[in-house]
Design a protein around this ligand. Structure first.
Ligand SMILES: Nc1ncnc2c1ncn2[C@@H]1O[C@H](COP(=O)(O)OP(=O)(O)OP(=O)(O)O)[C@@H](O)[C@H]1O
Ligand SMILES: [Mg+2]
Length: 327
C-alpha cells in the first residue's frame, strides 16, 4: 500500500463563461489549472492563496462536488474521476467536506440528532434505534457537545458549537479524508483555537487526513504538516510548513509569508508589499501568471509557465528565478 491517501495529477477545472442571446461560450475561467500534488495518510496539507485563486474549486473538485474538466484524483489507489454515480456515492463516505459557514450548511428545521443521523441513514450504517442512539451520543462526545444537544435545533447553538455539529456530521460516516474549507474563518478568534485543537485531536484519534483551506497563515502553520500555495489557479509552491517561513522560493510565497510577524524579536524581516492587483482569471497573463507583479521577472517568465522544480522530497515550486534577492 502506498503511503499516500490522495494523489492528484494535472487537475484542471474550467468554468465556461456564456454570453449573448444564444448563450454561447465567450470565454473561460481556469479556476484550477494543471495542479498536481499528493497527501500522505494522516497528514494535513494546508492550502493558502488570495481570494479567488481556486482553493474552494480545488477542494470540491477532489470530491467531485464540482466535476473536474480533466486530470486524475487517486484516492487509495482508485482514480475517482472514472467512477460512475453509484460507485462515487459509496466512495464519498470516505471523503467529506466541512464548510466555512456552519449555519448555512445546517438545516434549521432539523434537530441535531436528525442532522447527524441523515448521512448514516443514507449509507445504511445502523441496524436499529439503539445502535443509532449510541452512535449519535458517541459523535457528540467526540466533538465535546452535551448529550442533550440531540433534540435541539441549530439556532440554539453558538457559531463554534455549530461548527462542532458540522464536524460531527462529517465524522458520522467514518471518513478517511476531510476537505476543511475555511472551517474557522467565520468564528470569533477566541473560539478558533478551540475548534482547531479539536480537529487536531480528532485527526490523531481517528487517523484522519485533511486538506485545510484557510486565509489565516498562522492557523495554517499551526495545523499543517505541509502547505501548498495557489496563485490564479496554479499551485506555485508546496513545502513543509516551517520551510515556507523563511525558506520560501516562489516570490509570491515570499510576499505572502513576509506579512506574518515573527515572534522572535531578534529576527527581523521586511514585509514585501505586492504591487498591482490580482489579474483577471478570465484573461491571465502570459507565461508565469505572477510575472506582472514579480520584481524578478525576466523574458523567460513572460514566455512560458515554469515547470515544477523538486528541490527536495518535501519542497517543490514553479519559478524560473527562485534564488534571486528579495524585493
Ligand atoms: N460556478 C462558477 N462559475 C464560474 N466561475 C466560477 C464558479 N465558481 C468559482 N468560479 C471562479 O473561479 C475562481 C476560483 O474561485 P474559488 O471560489 O475556487 O476561489 P477561492 O480561492 O476559494 O476564493 P476565496 O478565498 O474567496 O474563498 C474565481 O475566479 C471564481 O470567480
Ligand atoms: Mg473559497
Amino acid at each position: 500500500m502506498s503511503e499516500y491517501l490522495l494523489e492528484v495529477n494535472n487537475l484542471t477545472k474550467k468554468f465556461p463563461i456564456k454570453g449573448g442571446i444564444l448563450g454561447r461560450e465567450v470565454g473561460a475561467v481556469y479556476a484550477v489549472n494543471d495542479v498536481s500534488f499528493k497527501i500522505k495518510k494522516g497528514e494535513t496539507l494546508g492550502l493558502v492563496g488570495e481570494s479567488g485563486c481556486g482553493k474552494t474549486t480545488l477542494g470540491r473538485s477532489l470530491l467531485r462536488l464540482i466535476e473536474p474538466t480533466s486530470g486524475e484524483v487517486f484516492f487509495n489507489g482508485v482514480d475517482i474521476t472514472k467512477l460512475d454515480a453509484d460507485q462515487m456515492r459509496e466512495m464519498r463516505r470516505k471523503m467529506q467536506i466541512i464548510f466555512q459557514d456552519p449555519y448555512a450548511s445546517l438545516n434549521p428545521r432539523m434537530t441535531v440528532g436528525g442532522i447527524l443521523a441523515e448521512p448514516m441513514e443514507i449509507h445504511g450504517l445502523f441496524k436499529d434505534k439503539e445502535e443509532r442512539r449510541k452512535r449519535l451520543l458517541q459523535l457528540l462526545d467526540q466533538v465535546q457537545l452535551p448529550a442533550d444537544a440531540l433534540n435541539k435545533y441549530p439556532h440554539e447553538f453558538s457559531g463554534g458549537q455549530r461548527q462542532r455539529i458540522c464536524i460531527a456530521r462529517a465524522l458520522a460516516v467514518e471518513p478517511e479524508f476531510i476537505v476543511c474549507d475555511e472551517p474557522v474563518s467565520a468564528l470569533d478568534v477566541s473560539v478558533q483555537a478551540q475548534v482547531v485543537n479539536l480537529m487536531m485531536d480528532l485527526q490523531k484519534d481517528l487517523g484522519l487526513t485533511f486538506l485545510f483551506i484557510a486565509h489565516d497563515l498562522k492557523v495554517v502553520e499551526y495545523i499543517s504538516n505541509r502547505v501548498a500555495v495557489m496563485y490564479l489557479g496554479n499551485m506555485v509552491e508546496v513545502a513543509e510548513s516551517h520551510e515556507l517561513y523563511g525558506g520560501a522560493r516562489h516570490p509570491y510565497t515570499k510576499a505572502l509569508f513576509s506579512a506574518i510577524p515573527n515572534p522572535n524579536p531578534n529576527v527581523t524581516h521586511d514585509r514585501i508589499i505586492l504591487e498591482g492587483d490580482i489579474p483577471s482569471p478570465m484573461n491571465p497573463p502570459s507565461g508565469c501568471h505572477f510575472h506582472p507583479r514579480c520584481w524578478n521577472a525576466t523574458d523567460e517568465c513572460r514566455g512560458s509557465y515554469p515547470p515544477v522544480t523538486e528541490e527536495s522530497l518535501t519542497h517543490a515550486y514553479r519559478c524560473y528565478n527562485p534564488n534571486q534577492v528579495s524585493k
